[in-house]
Write a new protein. Structure first.
Length: 255
């Protein structure tokens, strides 16, 4: 959807109408979710409560979280901070590698979100995460970020070589950005895919009681979103008053 907005809708409709239509679509989705929640709560109230209470008590008896909530919220906060901080640093570097444009921005953000989604989807539905799973996942993030860090000095010339493979005609424009998407997929598959797997793993450690899952997931998402906010403000903006992008990358790797 983001690629479609950047490459098709923006040139045809302009920024104002793209923002307007996007806002209307978001509002429609919000009203639909609120109406669906009210309809589901009303239908569940009609059903008998004795069986649901018995089922909830059984779930609480079997509910044994493998990670305490303070540790899980710390993980969620750091995951959000590192994810957005790394994305902000990467977008600044992409402006150097490919030139600063809405097309380059849409390309890197689309690939980033796609890798997060693929990482989250790799966790199988019936998979019971162990403690070693999270440790291995964090090692993948560190290894992937370190790999990107050491490749940064060579990527401007590499993207220049990719650009010289295509002539300056309109069809080659889309082929060039398609090739750039493949390059970013190969570059971000390991670190960002592992980042996308972090939150589902944390949800798996929070126990199996459905009656408590909503509150726990909400708390984890709150701290993850708060980490994203601080990652964008601090890592993507304030830190650059005192350190350079090289140091920002090192902070992401250390965290």
């Amino acid at each position: 959807m983001l690629c479609r907005s950047g490459f098709i809708l923006l040139p045809k409709l302009g920024l104002f109408f793209v923002d307007l239509y996007s806002g209307l679509i978001n509002l429609s989705c919000g009203f639909f979710l609120v109406a669906s929640a009210k309809w589901m709560s009303g239908s569940s109230a009609v059903q008998g409560t004795a069986s649901s209470r018995a089922r909830a008590s059984d779930e609480r008896a079997l509910d044994k979280p493998e990670m305490k909530m303070p540790a899980a919220t710390a993980f969620a906060f750091i995951a959000g901070f590192v994810g957005i901080c790394f994305q902000a640093a990467l977008m600044r570097l992409v402006g150097i590698w490919m030139g600063s444009s809405e097309y380059a921005f849409c390309t890197i953000v689309s690939v980033y979100i796609m890798m997060l989604a693929l990482g989250a989807g790799r966790l199988r539905k019936k998979e019971k995460p162990s403690r070693q799973t999270l440790i291995i996942n964090q090692c993948l993030i560190i290894t992937g970020l370190a790999g990107v860090y050491f490749l940064v000095p060579f990527l401007p010339y590499f993207f220049l070589l990719v650009r010289t493979l295509f002539t300056s005609v309109v069809p080659a424009f889309y082929v060039y950005y398609s090739a750039s998407v493949l390059v970013f997929v190969a570059l971000l598959f390991v670190p960002v895919g592992a980042m996308g797997r972090t939150m589902p793993l944390l949800f798996g450690y929070m126990g199996s009681a459905l009656s408590r899952s909503g509150a726990r997931v909400g708390v984890l998402y709150f701290w993850n979103s708060l980490g994203c906010v601080f990652g964008g403000l601090i890592g993507g903006y304030l830190l650059l008053y005192w350190v350079n992008l090289d140091s920002v990358f090192k902070i992401c790797i250390l965290l």
